[in-house]
Design a protein. Structure first.
Length: 307
């Protein structure tokens, strides 16, 4: 039986650690920088070692909303994302210093219309900005299959409603949920199938397990949602433990923080909190708040399951 406390904490702390690890090399071309070996400072946001970016801020907004609303409230989630954008809510620096295009446009639309279903359905708007914050929706709904699909789709389409964004979220949620249920990471990665998704879409290359055979130099930069997922799953497959998995992901460069944040959600849940290097956790900003939110998401999922 899987230790759920360790898996839930691992997922959220893994997300934040991946984000903080990759932040110093975000936007850098692969192999154009000294390989990362741990938490470091700098990068285009000039962060201190252990500080994280929009990925973690938005995941914490989503987690806090799920916990305080004791369930899914799209409007409350978007209000918190707006507060992050306008006031620096849930930012470890106190400011929103980076925001993706699709999230920015969705928040602007929400601010005018008050309609939380503000994600663009245009296929060209297929960034990774909803996938990077997804774990809290899966953690809260774990144990209830139909609830998971609904919350995963709905928590994605508030800001990212393109078919590729929705497909990527469903496939990643299925993988993450199976790992939390106790299936081994390797077995899930060898069979990432998700019944019910169309066979002709971009997600098919993930479902076919192409990342199991891809060479590092053939991976994309990770800004496109399908590539972000592919790169993260590649790192999870290649990594021997949690530390090496997140370093492999962050050292890909490009959208390094987000790819490592996605890998961190999954690998963190699979290996558990205990496998995160102590030196990383010591530096990680808001470690206690993140741990407490993970525990609160576990309590919420157990309440929902019992209801
Ligand atoms: Mg980021």
């Amino acid at each position: 039986m899987k230790n759920l406390t360790s898996a839930y904490r691992g997922a959220l702390l893994g997300l934040a650690c991946g984000d903080a690890l990759g932040a110093p090399v975000e936007f850098r071309r692969r192999d154009s920088f000294e390989p990362l070996t741990g938490m470091s400072s700098g990068g285009c946001w000039n962060l201190e070692a252990g500080q994280w970016t929009d990925d973690t801020s938005l995941a914490l907004c989503l987690a806090r909303s799920l916990v305080e609303k004791q369930g899914f409230c799209a409007k409350d989630q978007m209000q918190r994302y707006w507060r992050w954008y306008s006031e620096g809510y849930m930012s470890c620096t106190g400011d929103c210093f980076d925001i993706g295009n699709a999230t920015h446009r969705a928040l602007a639309r929400f601010n005018l219309s008050d309609d939380p279903w503000a994600g663009d359905t245009n296929p060209s708007m297929s960034g990774n900005g909803a996938l990077m914050r997804l774990a809290p929706a899966v953690l809260a709904a774990h144990g209830q299959q139909t609830l998971i699909w609904r919350w995963v789709i709905d928590s994605t389409r508030t800001t990212h409603a393109s078919p590729d964004c929705i497909d990527a979220a469903l496939v990643f949620a299925n993988i993450l949920d199976r790992v939390i249920s106790g299936e081994s990471l390797r077995s899930v990665l060898m069979n990432p199938e998700h019944p019910g998704l169309p066979k002709s879409t971009a997600i098919q290359r993930i479902l076919n397990g192409e990342y199991l055979h891809l060479k590092r130099e053939h991976l994309g930069d990770g800004f496109y949602v399908i590539e972000a997922l592919e790169n993260a799953l590649w790192a999870c497959w290649q990594g021997e433990d949690l530390e090496s998995t997140l370093l492999l992901a962050a050292n890909l460069g490009g959208d390094a923080d987000t790819v490592a944040a996605i890998a961190g959600q999954l690998a963190g849940a699979a290996y558990g909190e205990e496998q995160l290097p102590k030196a990383w956790l010591k530096k990680l900003a808001w470690r206690k708040d993140i741990t407490d939110l993970a525990d609160a998401l576990l309590a919420l999922s157990q309440q929902l399951e019992a209801a």
